[in-house]
Design a protein around this ligand. Sequence first.
Ligand SMILES: C[S@@+](CC[C@H](N)C(=O)[O-])C[C@H]1O[C@@H](n2cnc3c(N)ncnc32)[C@H](O)[C@@H]1O
Length: 264
Amino acid sequence: MHNEGFVSLVGAGPGDVELLTVKALRLIQQAEVIVYDRLISGDILKLIPAGVSRIAVGKSPGAHCLPQNDINEIMINLATAGRRVVRLKGGDPYLFGRGSEEALALKKHHIKFEVVPGITAAFGCSAYSGIPLTHRGLSRSVKFITGHFSNDEALEYDWEKLADQDCTLVFYMAMANLLTICSQLINAGLDAGTPAAAVENGTTQSQRRIISTLGLLFAEVSAQRIQAPAMIIIGNVVSLATDIDWFQQSLEMTVYDESLAASR
Ligand SMILES: C[S@@+](CC[C@H](N)C(=O)[O-])C[C@H]1O[C@@H](n2cnc3c(N)ncnc32)[C@H](O)[C@@H]1O
């Protein structure tokens, strides 16, 4: 009997392996082929059983990657050949993850698929950096915004609409346009003193966090050489970062302990 292929579009979360869902873990363990992105952490790749084929299709910022059509074609060919494919994507497949483009391509080729949500980087960075996305009296809404348009097109938004002191702004893929984002928001009326943060490698042991203001964030991010993957969070909620941090502090304690150990 001919086995019918199947594709699971699976969100792998933001980095910490323990933020994988139980379903994602089961699918990784049962897959025949795993097609994965660059942001999938090494710890998650270690969960792939020996003997399971792995295909890396990810890119680093600004560097060459497989075009989306080629990635779609790989999945379609594997599924048509009857393979059980797990397409492992960073964070959540449907939030700036092109998961829906892949789902449309599979649908067009009559390939059965499922979508498994993952913890998006905004949720991971929020929890692991002490910055809630909403808080009574500080923020009534949240916007998830891309900080990068395809083909490096100029970032064009209705900045006045975005410059809302009661809303938390979360920018994905914002490092190359950070100066533009901060300046445009200030020009549109958002106070330069609005608390603002950058979280690099959120939820991982190499997480770094800058807590600043809208007016100073770009200078501090540049000085600390914060790089992608990083999340930018702007809004009054960032003012809680020191009070309710539980993770960054533990990382810094680890560094401190190691230095103590080294000096013994
Ligand atoms: C192409 S988007 C993918 C988003 C993903 N689908 C999600 O739901 O998180 C990649 C961007 O997500 C953000 N990102 C992903 N993982 C991150 C992490 N561990 N820490 C901070 N930002 C992260 C960065 O802004 C990065 O440029």
